[in-house]
Write a protein that binds this ligand. Sequence first.
Ligand code: SF4
Ligand code: SF4
Length: 229
Amino acid sequence: MGYLEGFGITLRQHRLFGGERVTTEYSGGRRAKKKQDDARDVDHDEKLPRPERLHGRHVLNRYEDGMEKCIGCELCAGVCPADCIYVRGADNDPENPTSPGERFGFVYEINYLRCIHCDMCVEACPTEAITESKLFEFSFTNRNDAIYTKAELVVDDDGMPQKLPWEDWRAGDDLLTSGWMRATAPAGDATFEGEVGWSGELGYGVRAPEPAQVERDKTVRVVGQRVER
Ligand code: SF4
Ligand code: SF4
């Protein structure tokens, strides 16, 4: 196909020529888009509420005393099915340690051109150092920028994800990081459901566990409604 033919396809899709526009402005979600269709002057720049277990951009967490949780063990890199994590551990300086362990994550990188947000890295991590936020609105203009470095991933001094200039953070995007992990103990054993399995975290403290399955089973979904049994 020549490029003039390509332009022709684009023009035929334009409303002026009777076509249907296929490229639409991202407006944060389906409900917001419907608002835009119904009343064009309504502010539609909003995000839909996120499912509790949505997997977004990662963060590297710190303990309440500010120490980094990552001990540079490389388990996350080993388990990643997309081979997109690069970690190098280094020995802690005994006088000024970065993490409570012998070693810490000296280099930590995630390539977001490869990541499929499966959270296998989160599940594998023995110290709950790596978790995922709810943010997925971030973009890059070159391949190098798609590789997040440790300096970008590690939480700030308040324990919150860094709000980087090319990311679209809204209220709630930094809450409940990897909520699904708290359904069970870190080992994934169902007998630990509902037990707090998370260490005190800078910014969040100790997170409450999710209710056990037996409690969740008390509710059933009936055609779009949630009713108690
Ligand atoms: S979420 Fe999955 S694909 Fe992404 S870095 Fe973790 S293990 Fe790899
Ligand atoms: S994030 Fe967790 S699994 Fe990965 S290197 Fe650090 S401590 Fe190990």
